[in-house]
Design a binder for this molecule. Structure first.
Ligand SMILES: NC(=O)c1ccc[n+]([C@@H]2O[C@H](COP(=O)([O-])OP(=O)(O)OC[C@H]3O[C@@H](n4cnc5c(N)ncnc54)[C@H](OP(=O)(O)O)[C@@H]3O)[C@@H](O)[C@H]2O)c1
Length: 289
């Protein structure tokens, strides 16, 4: 039995649907108010629980061989915080998994994870990686760079498809190897019971490092017309995006993040999705909606 935690989210949902399509038995840990019905109807076994409540995790882990967790509090609120979910909640889950004698714990971290980082989320991800390694549970850690659909999609794709100007933060010339969220899901699924993945950490990026200005050119080709592009200085608000996202974009204009995926794609036999493909799919979906 595979337990997916975070299945009502973007990445976790893709993982759950992929595993169900492969005919694998899965259990999902969900909150009562979340929209988990479609996955239940597709065959997932449902256990109600919360990362903040350790006792619910013990129940969820019974009879489980593998855990995949994509859960995080970034887009949540109220009592779900980086501290209560990404730090303490993940520790509860690792403790419950250890008590249940699990075969493999697959954790989604992030490229910038660092237990000593002043940025809370990076710190929580880094501390969780350390806690998992020290637990002695056979584990696999994936540390993706930003998701293409989130980074290029929100900054370039969304305004472009809505006929609005695209706002570039800073120079927009720093190159980042962002990865399609669907590819991340495929790596997670391919890691299950894979001897090459045990007690390993894999950094995940896309097929190439691209700047936001290069992304504009790709969306222009996919849409067949030029986009109106304006720019703001790093730290200034970005129209249509939350302040936290604007801060991330400011930070991204200060470094490059190329990632050589040759070895990792070979290990898991996965071909990476290009931004051209992601843009084409998003445009097709928007047109047919
Ligand atoms: N987006 C990026 O660019 C990026 C880059 C690198 C790494 N990542 C990592 O990728 C992973 C997946 O991201 P995502 O965008 O798919 O996340 P998401 O869509 O925001 O999904 C969050 C999931 O976590 C669950 N969750 C939150 N608090 C919980 C709690 N207290 N107990 C149980 N479940 C809880 C949510 O359940 P409810 O529906 O019940 O709230 C939801 O299923 C995350 O770990 C993220 O840090 C993302």
């Amino acid at each position: 039995m595979i337990l997916v935690v975070g299945a009502t989210g973007d990445l976790g949902g893709k993982v759950a649907r992929t595993l169900l399509a492969q005919g694998r038995p899965i259990r999902i840990l969900v909150r009562a108010q979340a929209n988990y019905q479609p996955l239940a109807e597709a065959g997932a076994q449902v256990v109600l629980g919360d990362l903040k409540q350790r006792d619910t995790l013990d129940v969820a882990c019974q009879g489980v061989e593998t855990i995949i967790t994509t859960a995080n509090a970034v887009a949540r609120g109220g009592e779900d915080t980086i501290q209560t979910v990404d730090l303490e909640g993940n520790r509860h889950l690792i403790d419950a998994a250890k008590a249940a004698g699990l075969r493999q714990f697959i954790f989604v971290s992030m490229l910038t994870a660092d237990p000593k980082s002043p940025v809370l989320l990076n710190q929580a991800k880094g501390s969780t990686e350390d806690y998992l390694r020290e637990s002695g549970i056979p584990h696999t850690i994936f540390a993706p760079n930003g998701f293409m659909e989130m980074m290029f999609g929100a900054v370039v794709g969304m305004p472009a498809m809505m006929g609005r100007p695209v706002t570039i933060v800073g120079t927009g010339r720093r190159k980042h190897s962002f990865i399609s969220v669907g590819d991340v899901a495929r790596f997670l699924c391919a890691a299950i019971d894979n001897p090459a993945a045990i007690n390993q950490k894999f950094v995940l990026g896309g097929p190439q490092a691209l700047s936001f200005r290069a992304a504009v050119a790709i969306y222009e080709r996919a849409l067949g017309h030029q986009l109106h592009v304006s720019s703001v200085a790093p730290g200034e608000p970005v129209p249509g995006l939350p302040p936290m996202f604007a801060q991330v974009l400011a930070a991204l204009d200060a470094y490059d993040s190329p990632i050589d995926m040759t070895e990792t794609t070979r290990t898991f036999d996965i071909a990476l999705t290009s931004l051209e493909e992601v843009a084409r799919r998003a445009i097709t979906k928007a047109v047919s909606a």
